[in-house]
Every structure is written in C-alpha cells, then in structure tokens.
Design a protein around this ligand. Structure first.
Ligand SMILES: Nc1nc2c(c(=O)[nH]1)N[C@H]1C(S)=C(S)[C@@H](COP(=O)(O)OP(=O)(O)OC[C@H]3O[C@@H](n4cnc5c(=O)[nH]c(N)nc54)[C@H](O)[C@@H]3O)O[C@H]1N2
Ligand SMILES: Nc1nc2c(c(=O)[nH]1)N[C@H]1C(S)=C(S)[C@@H](COP(=O)(O)OP(=O)(O)OC[C@H]3O[C@@H](n4cnc5c(=O)[nH]c(N)nc54)[C@H](O)[C@@H]3O)O[C@H]1N2
Ligand SMILES: [Mo]
Length: 759
C-alpha cells in the first residue's frame, strides 16, 4: 500500500500568455486530440473508441448535446469530444487502496484537476461517521445505509436527488419515479444552473421550453445570430454546421464580449482544404458589454417596427398575442441608453439591422452568455419577440436555438427530472404506476443549498455531477453540504464533491457512456435526446472499468427496492434486467415516446414533436405565441469595478479539468487568470502579468475573495472581465440569481481587483 502522500497539490498553476488565436480547429487540434487520448487510453483503445463516437451503432459522445446529421463522417467527433471520451475511457483506476492511502482531508487539499487525473472509480466506498477516510463497502450494505437514512427522515422533502446531464433517459426516468414514490419533487439538476432561463422564457412565450430548429434549418438559414456562446470550445461540431450554412449563403453575426476563435475563422479538420485555409464564419462581430443583450434586441425590435413592411403582419395577426403592448414598449427604446448598455457603436447596430432586414430566415443561437444573468429570462423573451416580429418561428431555416450543454440534459428534463413538474406529467405517472405523486413543488439547486444550510434537508443524493464544484458561493455551499446526515454520489470519476461530505458518505461507482452494459436480460442500450429534440440509442463498447461497477438504472432500481421495500408495486427488478421494460413505461407516460422501443431500433433515432416548429401551434396559456414587454435592464457597475463573467477554458468540461491550457485564448500552463481590457487595466493601474485578488461586491456586504489571479490584458469589451469557473464560484453570491429561473448569475459578478501575489 502507498504511504501517506503529502497534502497540498503537486500541480503548479503558473500561467503563460501569448496572443489569442483567431482560428479554431485545424491540424493543431487533431494532434492535440490524439495526444491526450493516447495518454489516457493507449493507442489501441483510442482507435477502438474514437471510431464509435456518435456513430449510429456506437455511443453518444459524453461531451456536448450538439446533434449529429443523418450523413456521418467517419470521425464524427471533435477535439473536445475526444477529450471527454478519453477522460472516461482512461486506463487509470481509483481502487480501495487509493482510498486507504488518502484521507478525506487529503483529497480536500487537492485540485479538481489532480482528483480527475486519478482515473475511474472501481468499488463502492463508505465514509462512516467519525472516520477520516472511505473504506470498501458491499453494494447491499450501501443501499441499506441509504434506506436507513431516508426512512429516518421526518419528511421525504428532507431528501434531495440531484442529476447532472449525462444521465441516460432510462436512469433519469427511474430516478424521478423513485423520488416521487418516496414522496418528494426535490429533483434539482444541472439545468437549474444552465438553460433554466431559456426553459422559463420559451415555455411562457412559445409554449415549449426547447429549441425549435433542426440541423437542416441551420443549413437553410439566411442569418444566424450566435449570442453568448463559444462554440469553438464548447460545441465544436456546431462550427461545421455554420460552415455549411455559410456555403449556402448564410450570414453570421456573433454577439459576445470576447472575440472567440471559432467564430472568427474555422479550419474544418474533416476537409483537406478546410484544414489549410479555413473559412471566416463571422460577418459581423458585435462586441457587447456583459448583460447588454436585452437592450440590443429591444432596439433592433424598435428599428424593425420602424422599417417599412418589415413586420410579418399575417404571422403576428394569426399566431401571436400581446403585440400592441410589446410594440409600445419597443417603440420607446432609446439609442443612447442602448449604446450605454451595450458599449456598441451606432453604425454597428445599423449594420446588424441591415442584415436582419435582408434575411427571410433567421435563427438565434445562444448559451450561457444569455442565461446566467439577473435579467436572463426577459433577455431571452426579447430574443423571442425579435423572431416573432418577422415570423421566424415554425418555418424552415428559422427559429430559436438554445444550444444545450450536457449531452442528455434536455432528455433528463423530458423524463421528468424537474422540481416543478406539470400536473399533466404527474397525472400520467399516477395512472401508469398507481401511486399518488407529491403535487407541491420541490427544490431547485439554489433552494437545495439553502435547505441544507438551514437544516431543512438532510440527505443529498447525486446521480453524477460535481455539486459543490459546480454551484455558486463555494464556502457557503460546502458548509451547507457538511451539515447533511448522508451524502451519496453515483460517479465515474473523483471530484471535489467526494471530499466535502455529510456525517456519513457513499461513493457509488457507475458505468459511463463508453462502457458495455450487460444485465440479466442481456446487452443493454440507453437513449439520449440531443439539443434539437432527436432521441437515439447509445451503446458503449468497452469492457467496464471494473467488475463491481453497476449501471445507473441498476443503482436506482436497487436503491428503490431497499428503500421502498414491499410498499412499492413498481417492478424494479424487471427494470434492472431489461431497460426495454423502462422504455415501455416511458412510452405510456411521456408524450412523443409512443412505440419507444420500436422507434429507437431505427438507426439515427427519431424526432420528438414540437408544436411551434411542426405546425405553428403554440401551447401557451393564450394559445398563441406571446409577445412580452418587460422593462429593459442591464448591470450598473460602480466606478473602479469590473463586471466579471465566469466561463470555460478550452481544456475543461465544466468542473472536469483536462489540462491547464486555453489554447485559442493564448493561455498556457495555468487557470488562475483574469482577462481585462488593456484600457481598463491602465485606468486601474494593473500591468499585464501582475497579480490580483478578485473581490466580489454584493449587497449583503459579505466579502467573497478569490486570491492570486494573473492579470492578462485581453481584447474583451470595456468594463468587463473574464475568468474561469469553478475557481471563481467562490465569488458568486448564492442569492444572486436570475429572476423567475433562479439560475445563479455567474456571468455578471461585480468585482474589484486588489493587487496581490500568486496564490
Ligand atoms: N469542451 C467543453 N464543452 C462543453 C462544456 C465544457 O465545459 N467544455 N460544457 C457544456 C455545458 S454544460 C454547457 S452549458 C455549454 C456551455 O457553452 P458556452 O455557453 O459557450 O460556455 P461558456 O464558457 O460559459 O461561454 C459563454 C460565452 O458567452 C459569452 N458571454 C458572457 N457573458 C455574455 C453576455 O452578457 N452577453 C453575450 N452576448 N455573451 C456573453 C462569453 O464570452 C463566452 O463566449 O457547453 C457544453 N460543452
Ligand atoms: N461559475 C459558474 N458556475 C457554473 C457554470 C458557469 O458557467 N459558471 N456553468 C453551470 C453549468 S452550465 C452546468 S451544466 C453545471 C455543471 O454541473 P455538474 O453537471 O454537476 O458538473 P460536471 O463538472 O459536469 O460533473 C462532472 C462529474 O460528473 C461525473 N460523471 C461524468 N460522467 C458520468 C456518468 O456517465 N455518470 C455519472 N453518474 N457520473 C458521471 C464525474 O464524477 C465528474 O467528476 O455547472 C454550472 N456552474
Ligand atoms: Mo450546462
């Protein structure tokens, strides 16, 4: 057995900085991909695995939720998808000896990067009350511990069941079924921190909280606006779609405080010419101030209203509601205020308008740059107003395109992972399973943390993810988690959440997307839903990381039997044996999944119905698409302060850190950097290469500090700053959330920069 290792992290964070690149992908990306993959998987496994990514007989990439087209390339993956696969298919292992060597305190002293590099977890482990390290435990004992703690609760609402968006449809359906049979709607999930604002805004305005475009629509669009998204890093395969759209004459506007490499120029590694030369994707780059998007779209809407014949009057008359009130608000939009809110020039907005008016088919794509602000929901509603005005919903080449994050985050919600389920969903569940599900709403992510903090919740169960790593206000959240009676993590890899535990804790190792899943009923497939509502099967082909791993559906089924016992009439054992039995039930509960098993037999899967897209029908309260007229908001930043966005580098998957480089942005060997406009840096007296503490200023007066960040002079919008998450989560106040969606406002944090030393 290994001797006790020193505490403290051996990984040095020492950033070096070069000018940012203006092109994404290309040859460097291919070399980089293969190097990372081979380090983790070896040469043979690399070939075996990467050729199955996103193929019709293979597994769904555990990276992002971008869809695959019908015609697939042999290498239907990107550099970052390959990193996600390598991270999971690694040959490194975390064994019981590892847990014997490292105490929980040792693990808590390590960086997330180091924890992730240790490999796949192979055995269930248990941290008993008062113990300083995890020890091996049998599966039966683990489920008995969960049952002991859950049945001891005063109310089922003292338990929290979190999901991260890699969970398959089958596992997600079982988890929500179990939670509701147990008696709670406490199903917080990563969407609460992600696209919840999109879901809230879209459900109210078009009647369904999902995007309305297909890949084909993107190819047919005249104009694609990409706002608040960095596809070169986070959805690289989207660049191929944009390239294809451009080849058929589309124009592209990107709206972003940062000039992101992929949107400037894209070198498609799948075509020989693309590799060498690349294409410029952006026709217009609007370098907006953080949080200025609602003001921008509001003014564009006014200008459309003012332009002769620009409004699609037939569409507005036949399909929408609330036009007059909206138009009155939009006509009041003011140039000067918009220029102040956005930091843009009048001529830039006029150019954008000309492109908007020239387009018959417009799509707006967005991601976290729009969803993680206080006023995110009204911002996205304003985007909907913008599309409705010219009839850009429910016809080819047009629509809303919220680009989803985790590979099955959209599917998990479709399966009922939602703290505020619709009555119709609960009715269907009740009819199918014969129990009365709880009707009162449960806790979302932020509310769950408050409940743990205030002693209202005592058991925390996570189906994947890294809850304390991903959530805001790290110190508050970690203290809250430590108050739990029991914390349980179903995980593939180690992360921070395993080191910040309740009185007792369990780590339950599980199969990932790449692993072969064999149950009593034979080899299983699972299903996922992509960002565009396509559902398809995913089959892992690698031998599992160890013989004692259980699949996610098996874990839920066994937990349910241990907790609910003979009180449950649900055939949990059958579900574990054959996931087809789960799908038969999904088919009867969730609209659009009729004949589910038959439909996934078709290679490529099937599309879920989407009333606005398919038939211009809007299932809202008014029965029409709703215009809305919220007051324009944007963040006001006091003098001497900057507005910080917390975002992803090119070498990470959320809290999983693949490496310390952010190649496109020219940063190498470290993550503790803060990007500041050279003009702002000069005014603040901050030389490039100097070190600062980031200090967040929030109305509660509590000081939140992230020490030792290297200042990088960077061409971001004036008044703005950018740094990576999760290191900066400590700065995001728990109460700083988006109105309506309650999503942490992690893209608008007011900070002051204080001169300091490297951390
Ligand atoms: N390789 C990789 N792929 C991923 C992930 C990953 O971590 N790594 N994460 C996955 C997940 S869960 C998600 S949700 C997605 C996230 O995908 P993105 O949303 O692209 O991720 P972020 O890095 O948060 O980038 C936010 C972008 O919005 C811009 N932005 C910030 N504030 C504003 C604003 O106020 N207005 C505008 N217009 N722009 C703004 C930023 O400059 C940045 O370009 O990616 C998914 N795919
Ligand atoms: N400041 C700030 N905070 C943010 C964001 C931001 O932009 N800024 N973005 C937010 C967003 S968009 C999101 S989606 C959340 C992400 O929040 P989470 O989804 O909770 O976090 P991840 O880092 O994706 O979770 C990684 C862990 O998932 C586990 N895992 C991986 N694959 C599997 C699997 O197949 N099964 C199981 N059971 N476990 C698996 C591994 O143990 C790994 O360590 O973070 C949010 N937090
Ligand atoms: Mo996300």
């Amino acid at each position: 057995m290994a001797t006790k290792p020193p505490t403290g992290d051996p990984v040095q964070d020492a950033p070096q900085v070069a000018p940012p690149l203006n092109a994404a992908a290309g040859i460097a990306a291919v070399g980089h991909t293969l190097r990372i993959a081979q380090q983790q998987m070896g040469v043979r496994r690399t070939a075996q695995t990467l050729l199955k990514v996103n193929q019709k007989d293979g597994f769904d990439c555990p990276g992002c939720a971008w869809p695959e087209g019908d015609k697939r390339h042999k290498a239907e993956f990107c550099e970052n998808g390959a990193k996600a696969v390598a991270e999971e298919a690694t040959l490194r292992r975390v064994t019981p000896e590892f847990f014997a060597a490292y105490s929980v305190a040792d693990l808590a002293a390590r960086s997330g990067y180091w924890l992730g590099q240790q490999g796949r977890i192979t055995e269930p482990v248990y941290l008993p009350e008062g113990a300083d390290r995890y020890e091996p435990v049998t599966w039966d004992r683990a489920f008995a511990i969960i049952a002991e703690e859950l049945t001891a609760l005063g109310s089922p609402d003292e338990a929290l069941f979190y999901t991260s968006g890699r969970t398959s449809n089958e596992a997600a359906f079982l988890l929500q079924l179990f939670a509701r049979e147990f008696g709670t709607n406490n199903l917080p999930d990563c969407s609460n921190m992600c696209h919840e604002s999109s879901g809230s805004a879209l459900t109210e305005t078009i009647g369904i909280g999902k995007g309305s475009v297909s890949l084909e629509d993107l190819h047919q669009a005249d104009l694609i606006i990409v706002a608040g998204q960095n596809p070169g890093t986070n959805h690289p395969r989207m660049l191929s779609a944009l390239e294809k759209a451009k080849a058929s004459g589309a124009r592209i506007i990107s709206v972003n405080p940062l000039p992101e490499a992929g949107l400037e120029r894209f070198k498609n590694p799948q075509t020989p010419l693309g590799m060498l030369k690349g294409v410029a994707l952006n026709d217009l780059f609007l370098q907006i101030r953080i949080g200025g998007d609602q003001a921008l779209f509001r003014l564009l809407n006014k200008l459309i209203l003012d332009a002769e014949g620009a409004v699609d009057e037939t569409f507005v008359r036949e399909h929408t509601h609330g036009y007059e009130e909206f138009a009155a608000a939009a006509r009041a939009a003011d140039w000067d205020e918009t220029l102040a809110a956005t930091g843009l020039e009048r001529a830039e907005i006029e150019r954008a308008l000309a492109m908007v008016l020239a387009s018959k088919r417009t799509i707006v794509c967005w991601a976290m740059g729009l969803t993680q602000h206080k006023h995110s929901v009204p911002t996205i509603r304003e985007v909907v107003n913008f599309l409705l005005l010219r009839g850009n919903i429910g016809r080819p080449g047009a629509g809303v395109c919220p680009v989803r994050g985790h590979s099955n985050v959209q599917g998990d919600r479709t399966m009922g992972i939602f703290e505020r389920p619709s009555p119709a969903f609960l009715d269907a569940l009740e009819k199918e399973f014969g129990f009365a599900p709880p009707r009162h709403h449960g806790f979302d992510v932020v509310r769950s943390i408050q409940a743990l903090r205030d002693g209202e919740a005592k058991v925390f169960f996570a189906m994947g993810g890294n809850f304390v790593g991903a959530t805001p206000d790290t110190e508050v959240t970690e203290a809250a988690m430590r108050r739990a009676r029991l914390t349980v993590h179903v995980s593939t890899k180690l992360n921070r959440s395993h080191a910040v535990t309740g009185t007792r804790a369990l780590i339950l190792p599980t199969l990932g997307r790449t692993d072969r899943d064999v149950q009593a009923g034979g080899r299983q497939v699972v299903t996922v839903e992509d960002s565009m509502g396509m559902v398809h099967a995913s089959r892992g082909n690698l031998p599992p990381a160890g013989p004692r791993l259980l699949s996610e559906p098996a874990i839920v089924a066994r937990m349910a039997r241990a907790v609910l016992g003979t009180g449950s009439a649900t055939p949990w054992e059958d579900f574990e044996k054959d996931y087809g039995a789960i799908r038969d039930r999904i088919a009867r509960v969730v609209p659009g999944f009729e004949d589910f098993n038959a439909k996934i037999a078709r290679p490529g899967g099937f599309a879920l119905p989407h009333a606005p897209r398919d038939e211009r029908r809007f299932p809202t309260a008014t029965g029409k698409a709703n215009f809305t007229a919220a007051p324009v908001e944007y963040p006001r930043v006091p003098a001497g302060r900057l507005l910080l966005q917390t975002m992803r580098s090119h070498d990470q998957y959320n809290t999983t850190i693949y490496g310390l480089d952010d190649r496109y942005r020219g940063i190498k060997g470290g993550r503790r950097v803060v990007m500041v406009h050279p003009g702002d840096a000069r005014e603040l007296g901050l030389a490039d290469g100097s070190y600062v503490d980031l200090v967040s200023e929030w109305k509660d007066g509590v000081e939140r500090r992230a020490p030792g960040f290297r200042v990088v002079h960077y061409p971001t919008a004036r008044g703005c700053a950018a740094a990576y998450y999760p290191e900066t989560n400590v700065l995001v106040p728990l109460d700083s959330t988006a109105d309506t969606s309650n999503t942490p406002a992690s893209k608008s944090v007011i900070v002051r920069l204080e001169q300091s030393q490297p951390a």
